[in-house]
Design a protein around this ligand. Structure first.
Ligand SMILES: NC(=O)c1ccc[n+]([C@@H]2O[C@H](COP(=O)([O-])OP(=O)(O)OC[C@H]3O[C@@H](n4cnc5c(N)ncnc54)[C@H](O)[C@@H]3O)[C@@H](O)[C@H]2O)c1
Length: 335
């Protein structure tokens, strides 16, 4: 299977390496980016991946079965539509778009097509979160009552990035919104947000918050709470717990090792793996592997365009709740 990658930034390279190094029967036929940096060009050369300036050259190549859209967010929807029209199977990084009318246009295009379309919610493929999912799926451990997710970055992004990121809910917590839907197999009905600027006043000046707690009511009756911080000084903090009628299932962070140093002064363990590139490499490879498997064996993709849409709707409801200081029902967000 031949894959084209659009966007040669951080995540484009992650997927390029996963496919080249970990996925059998698949190769990266080309990568396209109009703004190649010298380092990225060197990287592509070392990987043996042809570097194009224009992604249309990927879309025009009949030997390419699938494209991975890894370019900046505002390009996702227009490129998705062109790729679907070109008959390519599409893996699109999150979020599909900040703009609901653009997502609607992608869905309309998919309705006219038979191509597969998967959205990049990589955490569904993480070994820890999948273990929770497997434990609660099918209800063997009883009914889900509470979901708790802690998701904190090791440090704030550059302020220029914050300004175009779409805000903490669309950029960062969107993964956690999807995780709540994944772990509970339930939609979200209502969202209530408390947000604050506790780390960097520049984030507040850019109109965003750097710390947020979101509580949610789900359509299966369960409750969920997510906390996000843009800076956890001890590293990338990615934990989850599902409390069920017969007990609870929880996962903690992955560390470089589980060594614990115990001395007369105290007990010291390693910090969590630093950030997403360290923490989720296995998940990135598995998500693309499952996407390619769905194409090869004509199966349903594991993360659908509706999953992509729902997470954006929740992010919009969270923005509204923060602005209006009240619980917001998902039904208030017009699609
Ligand atoms: N799933 C995840 O965990 C995850 C992690 C990081 C980023 N992302 C998403 O992936 C996307 C890219 O993020 P990144 O961190 O790699 O950003 P980045 O800035 O490192 O890379 C984006 C690349 O897209 C290129 N680009 C811009 N317009 C283009 C076009 N028209 N055609 C082709 N390339 C174009 C840029 O030149 C840049 O090289 C974002 O939407 C982001 O939300 C997802």
């Amino acid at each position: 299977m031949k894959v084209g990658i659009i966007g040669a930034g951080r995540i484009g390279k992650v997927h390029g390496e996963s496919i080249t190094n970990h996925i059998q029967d698949a190769s990266v036929a080309a990568m396209a980016d109009p703004y190649w940096t010298e380092d990225s060009r060197k990287w592509a050369k070392n990987m043996g991946i042809p570097a194009y300036d224009d992604y249309h050259d990927i879309l025009k190549d009949p030997s390419i079965d699938a494209v991975l859209i890894c370019s900046s967010t505002q390009t996702h929807a227009p490129i998705s539509i062109e790729a679907i029209r070109a008959g390519k199977n599409v893996f699109c990084e999150k979020p599909i778009s900040h703009d609901l009318s653009e997502i609607k246009a992608v869905i309309k295009e998919l309705e006219k097509s038979r191509v597969k379309y998967q959205v990049g919610f990589n955490r569904r493929f993480d070994h820890n979160f999948r273990a929770i999912y497997n434990a609660v799926a099918g209800g063997q451990v009883g009914d889900i009552q509470i979901v708790k997710i802690t998701s904190r970055d090791p440090d704030t992004p550059p302020i220029e990035y914050v300004k175009v990121s779409g805000g903490i809910f669309m950029d960062m917590m969107i993964h956690d919104f999807d995780m709540v839907r994944y772990l509970t197999a339930s939609d979200v009905e209502e969202v209530y947000v408390n947000g604050a600027v506790l780390i960097d006043p520049k984030i507040g000046e850019a109109g965003d918050v750097d710390t947020a707690i979101v509580t949610m009511k789900l359509s299966n009756g369960a409750l969920a709470v997510i906390d996000n911080s843009r800076r956890a000084v001890y590293g990338y903090d990615q934990r989850a717990e599902v409390f069920v009628s017969k007990g609870q299932v929880s996962v903690t962070n992955d560390c470089p090792s589980n060594a614990v140093l115990s001395t007369a002064n105290g007990v010291v363990a390693e910090k969590p793996l630093h950030f997403f590139l360290e923490r989720y490499m296995q998940a990135y490879a598995t998500e693309v592997g499952e996407f390619l498997d769905a194409i090869k064996n004509d199966k349903q993709v594991p993360v659908s365009v509706n999953d992509g849409l729902q997470a954006v709707l929740i992010a919009k409801a969270a923005d509204k709740s923060l602005a209006e200081h009240r619980p917001v029902k998902l039904s208030e967000i017009k699609f």
